[in-house]
Design a protein around this ligand. Structure first.
Ligand SMILES: [Zn+2]
Length: 103
């Protein structure tokens, strides 16, 4: 599991901003979301949490796809199993066509 990104908020009510950064030293800024982009601080924090969790989510989604493909096997026509939305999300996140599900 990666878990090397976290988010941090600082600033005042007039100029609150948040940054997603690694825990490595020196700290490396991954994403900066100033208050003026989205005035809603809750929205900013939700975006930063999602960005910080993205590497972990991608790792577990790749593992889950391999695990589920082994359990479920080949799909039948018009199948509605969980592999299809999972593979579509992996294609969207990675751009890797081996997951084969267009979005
Ligand atoms: Zn299926």
């Amino acid at each position: 599991m990666v878990r090397q990104w976290r988010y941090q908020c600082w600033g005042t009510a007039d100029f609150a901003r948040g940054v997603v950064e690694t825990v490595a030293e020196p700290v490396r800024v991954i994403c900066d979301i100033p208050k003026y982009v989205y005035a809603d601080r809750e929205c900013n924090e939700a975006n930063m949490r999602l960005i910080a969790a993205a590497p972990d989510l991608l790792d577990i989604a790749v593992t889950a796809e391999e695990y589920l493909a082994g359990i479920l096997g080949d799909c039948i026509p018009e199948c509605e199993c969980i592999l299809h939305p999972l593979r579509a999300a992996l294609t969207k996140a990675t751009g890797d066509s081996r997951y084969g599900e267009n979005t």
